[in-house]
Design a protein around this ligand. Structure first.
Ligand code: C6P
Length: 405
């Protein structure tokens, strides 16, 4: 595939030649997204869904058009199934509070995995604690795979909800969501998918995945901060009580109660982030113009280079699969005798941005037998120069720390 240089679309890369390897935390924003948010505030700024004047109608139209773009992006049936939230975390909390607390009873089981981000674990711990349901964890092997036996045994007639990340933010593995969803549906359970790390990198179709709920954040796919999405099947959302209560989520209110607004507004209490939604739609259009084939090919090629270089460096140990093509552009690693925070700080001196710590996945760290790790995560705007420079600097770190090379 021909190498395209998208870096020029990003103001941050025009400012300085950052080696930005932290897209799994948040992506850089292209001009198209920054400009879209600016355009919203310059040309259509008014409180949407409320005003009876033209400007407010324009803001409403921009907001609802963005919902349509999101619906098409993830292959949902109806705009009623697309709820705008602040981020994936809020989307997952919405499901746990609204659906989880309504359906779970003592003795029921919620199945999740040891590799979940805290955002798809803590809401379920809360729901289990409040309802007397039990949390059951699927345990992956070192590559991040779940055995058939693990899936068949732990997802059983007691299971009411299965919550799984589509792509791990640490191991980079793509989980077999469809297979797990089929098993969950066979026992009558619903499936909640955390798509925070998949939507920026691959074409997602919520129906093909078998997701009953699917959550993601705008900022990880180059959209603005503060806008996220929850997809939910219409029939489930219809039955669920609101998560938050206040303005715009009602049809009528009396001193004794209220009648909720139609979907999706029932779940969007208060003034909505219309500029964020407009920016998110611009991000989706930009992402689609880059193309998922290009993104996959580029990330795989660059990940392979990191793995080849790591082979020559005995002090570096990569978590997860030995196959670079199973990492979805995420390379989490440790270097013998060097704390991951030192790795990140030393690389920062060369304008290389990586993340270090537990990546909001402490139980997974424990499972891997480490307390923290360093992580480089790639996107299509990275290039061969980035990854070669990163590996060159990485190999100097032990010497820098006064350790044997
Ligand atoms: N992971 C990372 O560096 P929010 O913060 O709501 O936008 O996304 C939460 C979230 C949920 N699920 C997964 C799989 C994630 O990776 C994240 C965010 C970032 O890995 C920040 S901790």
């Amino acid at each position: 595939m021909t190498e395209k240089d998208f870096r020029n679309d990003f103001p941050v890369f025009r400012k300085a030649d950052y080696v930005y390897l932290d897209t799994a935390a948040t992506a850089q924003r292209p001009d198209a997204v920054i400009q879209a948010e600016k355009t919203f505030y310059e040309k259509m700024n008014a409180n949407p869904l409320r005003g009876l004047y033209e400007l407010s109608a324009e803001a409403t139209e921009a907001y609802e058009d963005a919902r349509k773009t999101v619906r098409e992006f993830i292959g949902a049936d109806s705009e009623k199934e697309i709820i705008f939230t602040r981020n994936a975390t809020e989307s997952l909390n919405l499901v746990a509070y609204s659906y989880g607390l309504s359906v779970l009873k003592p003795g029921d089981e919620v199945v999740t995995t040891v590799m979940e981000h805290h955002s798809n674990m803590l809401p379920w711990q809360m729901a289990a604690e409040k309802t007397g349901a039990k949390l059951v964890y699927l345990v992956p092997d070192k590559d991040g795979n779940f055995s058939d036996d693990e899936i068949e045994t732990k997802i059983n007639k007691n299971t009411k909800i299965v919550c799984i990340t589509h792509v791990s933010n640490v191991l980079g593995c793509i989980n077999p969501v469809r297979k797990i969803a089929d098993r969950a549906h066979a026992v009558g359970a619903k499936v909640v998918v955390d798509g925070a790390q998949s939507t920026p990198h691959m074409k997602v179709n919520v129906k093909e995945l078998g997701a009953d709920f699917f959550a993601f954040s705008g900022h990880k796919l180059m959209g603005p901060f503060g806008i996220g999405v929850l997809y939910g099947k219409e029939e489930l959302l219809e039955e669920m009580p609101p998560f938050m209560r206040g303005g715009e989520m009602i049809e009528s209110v009396s001193l004794n109660g209220a009648k909720w607004a139609e979907l999706p507004h029932k779940f969007e209490a208060g003034t909505v982030n219309a500029a964020g939604a407009y920016g998110l739609a611009a991000a989706i259009k930009y992402l689609e113009s880059v193309g998922f084939d290009y993104i996959r090919e580029k990330e795989d090629r660059l990940t392979k280079i990191i793995f080849e270089e790591a082979e020559k460096y005995p002090y570096m140990h990569i978590c997860g699969s030995d196959d670079p093509l199973k990492h979805n552009g995420i390379v989490t690693f440790i270097i013998d005798d060097v704390h991951p925070h030192d790795i990140a700080s030393i690389l920062d001196e060369s304008h290389i941005c990586i993340r270090a710590g537990h990546h909001c996945a402490e139980p997974l760290m424990k499972h891997l037998g480490v307390s923290s790790t360093a992580r480089a995560s790639l996107y299509f705007y990275n290039n061969e120069k980035d990854v070669r420079f990163f590996m060159e600097k990485l190999k100097e770190i032990r010497r820098y720390m006064g350790l044997a090379e």
